[in-house]
Design a protein around this ligand. Structure first.
Ligand code: KIV
Length: 282
């Protein structure tokens, strides 16, 4: 299989072929997803919540994104790898944004970076793309702005807000973004944005009208507890399977059934006579 790149993904959009994207944060899981044939992997700053247990994504740092990002980058032979720019790694200045995006590309073997915001980050997007860094934008519900939104809420609901989200999409395209994540955007607005732009639209809570979909892997694998947002579908119950496997392991260890002979190295043992000698010597 050929590694997905910006052109193969654009061709998929042109052919009307849907694009699959999943979040992932570590080497062994990324290998599995890559072998399964997912088109793109996003090392999202959602890792602040899924991997680190924070309430939101704001505490995540550049250094942390680099550690997770390079683990995924090393694993992906086919999937197009996008790494998120964390909160305050790009907002304060264009120069800082370019330096941090460059660091992600160099240190993670990433294929693109993602940043949140519409019109307000177009300067950053234009500067990054002019350095040869492909940019995925992220509009609608942008989790780094959760404090401004007053919670994780659907965006683009009324007429004025729908116009704002569409204008954000057109602005990030003009600035050079090749892809845009639409998060928690109503279906007809998502369809309109997908029609009006050459960018690849990736939806999360934004309907099947988008060119592709992304889900946080712990959500779709049943690993994130009882709360499941409306836009998530559980494709497996890995959390329950893991719990059962650990219970079984715990039981076998306590009963002395694990490890059995097949999990040890009896042929490498010395003779009984020698071991008796060692026993008497020490
Ligand atoms: O951080 C993330 O995982 C994301 C997706 C939810 C799109 O931005």
């Amino acid at each position: 299989m050929k590694k997905n790149n910006i052109l193969t993904l654009m061709d998929m959009k042109k052919r009307g072929e849907k694009i699959s994207q999943m979040t992932c944060y570590d080497y062994s899981t990324a290998r599995i997803f890559d072998e399964a044939g997912v088109n793109s992997i996003l090392v999202g700053d959602s890792l602040g919540m899924t991997m680190q247990g924070y309430e939101d994504t704001l505490p995540v740092t550049m250094d942390e994104m680099i550690v997770y990002g390079r683990s995924v980058g090393r694993a992906c032979k086919n999937a197009f790898v996008i790494v998120d720019m964390p909160f305050m790694s790009y907002q304060a200045s264009i120069e800082q944004a370019v330096m941090n995006a460059g660091r992600i590309m160099k240190e993670c073997s990433a294929n693109a970076v993602k940043l949140e915001g519409g019109k307000s980050v177009c300067g950053q997007i234009a500067a990054m793309t002019s350095c040869g860094i492909p940019v995925c934008a992220h509009i609608g519900m942008t989790p780094q702005s959760v404090n401004s939104f007053g919670g994780f809420k659907v965006q683009g609901k009324g007429e004025a807000d729908a116009r704002r989200v569409l204008e954000d999409a057109l602005a990030v395209e003009k600035a050079g973004a090749f892809m845009v994540v639409l998060e928690c955007v109503p279906p007809k607005l998502a369809a309109l944005i997908t029609k009006k732009t050459q960018m690849i639209t990736i939806g999360i809570g934004a309907s099947a009208a988008c060119d592709g979909q992304v889900l946080v892997y712990q959500d779709m694998m049943g690993m994130s507890g009882d709360f499941t947002p409306k836009f998530v579908k559980r494709f497996a119950d890995i959390g329950e399977q893991m719990k059962n496997a650990v219970k079984e392991y715990d039981r076998e260890v306590k009963e002395g059934n694990f490890p059995s002979e097949e999990n040890t190295y009896p042929k490498s043992d010395c003779s009984d006579e020698f071991l008796d000698k060692l026993d008497s010597m020490y």
